[in-house]
Design a protein around this ligand. Structure first.
Ligand code: PSU
Ligand code: MN
Length: 303
């Protein structure tokens, strides 16, 4: 395994000393936001993680290796290069063996983080069961990965481009705890509301850290999904988003977008049609997640 892993010296040292480390994904940089907001956000997020006492480890694939902890130049590469590979689990062996460059999704990032020994991972939102999954069978590998890989995933919930109800059912079936911070309702990424109550709630990061230890010490493998609602000042009302989501879903159907292109297409369409408002919400929530993820990594390393 280690012949395919390249952990940067700062992350390696922190892991060896049992210091808190937070993994970050790269698909959100390459496919989730336009340049240069993506690079600025990626750098800000790393700084927030540091400010709250943890070492950031953004993960991506370069030249046949899974890199854990990227340099500024590497981040800039993923932010500014068009048509970078979006690498989920099924793409990993191809991209690695052909020595291509790839940005990793939640699923691939979790797996690489786990190989490196990182337990806490921060993202914006996970992939899930798509709204018309009964026709398309489109269910993100993020969910199957969460079933088997023991990494905590800090998110702002699940985007309502997906079927949130079915995704919560899937997570329940696979034994993945879902816990929302500070409220009873499960959030929907851009909005603090989703219409679904959260299976679990916590108002205390230490409590969540204890839960992670309990789960994994008992041998209950797999992820915990932590939902951290978007800050109130930055949310977009769910009903407002729904109009854009419907338009995006129709456009995807018309253009026959399938497979791994679906999620990036929907996200970009919505960003364009909300005139950047959704992008600002996205940036605010990922920064908020970085803070909570770092706090969780600190609490986890102490308990
Ligand atoms: N959801 C978001 N923003 C994102 C993604 C998901 O709110 O940027 C990205 C993540 O990298 C996630 C991937 O792992 O999309 C899921 O893609 P798919 O649905 O093709 O599995
Ligand atoms: Mn899919």
């Amino acid at each position: 395994m280690h012949e395919y892993l390249e952990i940067n010296p700062e992350v390696k040292k922190a892991l060896a000393e049992g210091k808190p480390v937070v993994a970050l994904e790269s698909t959100i940089i390459s496919h989730g936001m336009p340049y240069p907001k993506n690079i600025n956000t990626a750098l800000d997020v790393e700084n927030i993680v540091r400010k709250h006492g943890a070492v950031p480890a953004t993960i991506a694939i370069f030249n046949g290796k899974c890199h854990v902890g990227l340099s500024k130049d590497q981040l800039e590469y993923f932010a500014s290069t068009k048509d970078v590979w979006k690498v989920s689990l099924r793409d990993m062996p191809y991209v690695i063996s052909k020595k291509l460059y790839g940005a990793t999704t939640v699923a691939a990032t979790m797996r690489i983080a786990s190989m490196a020994g990182i337990k806490i991972f921060v993202t914006g939102g996970i992939g899930g069961v798509h709204r018309n999954a009964n026709e398309t069978m489109d269910i993100s590998a993020d969910l199957t990965e969460m079933e088997q890989t023991s990494v905590a995933v800090v998110s702002a919930g699940i985007k309502s481009i997906l079927d949130i109800g079915l995704t919560l059912e899937y997570l329940e079936t696979k034994g993945i705890p879902v816990i929302t911070i500070g409220q009873n309702e499960f959030p929907s990424f851009y909005s603090r509301k989703s219409g679904f109550s959260s299976p679990l709630r916590s108002d205390d990061i230490i409590e969540i850290a204890n839960m992670l230890h309990a789960k994994w010490r008992m041998g209950l493998n797999g992820a915990v999904l932590i939902a951290n609602p978007v800050p109130a000042g930055h949310e977009i009302i769910a009903e407002e988003m729904e109009v854009h989501i419907q338009k995006a879903l129709n456009a995807a159907k018309e253009r026959k977008i399938t497979g791994k292109e679906v999620t990036p297409f929907l996200l970009q369409f919505i960003s364009e049609h909300t005139k950047g408002e959704s992008l600002e919400a996205n940036i605010a929530l990922i920064k908020n997640n970085a803070k909570v993820g770092a706090e969780l990594a600190v609490a986890y390393s102490k308990s």
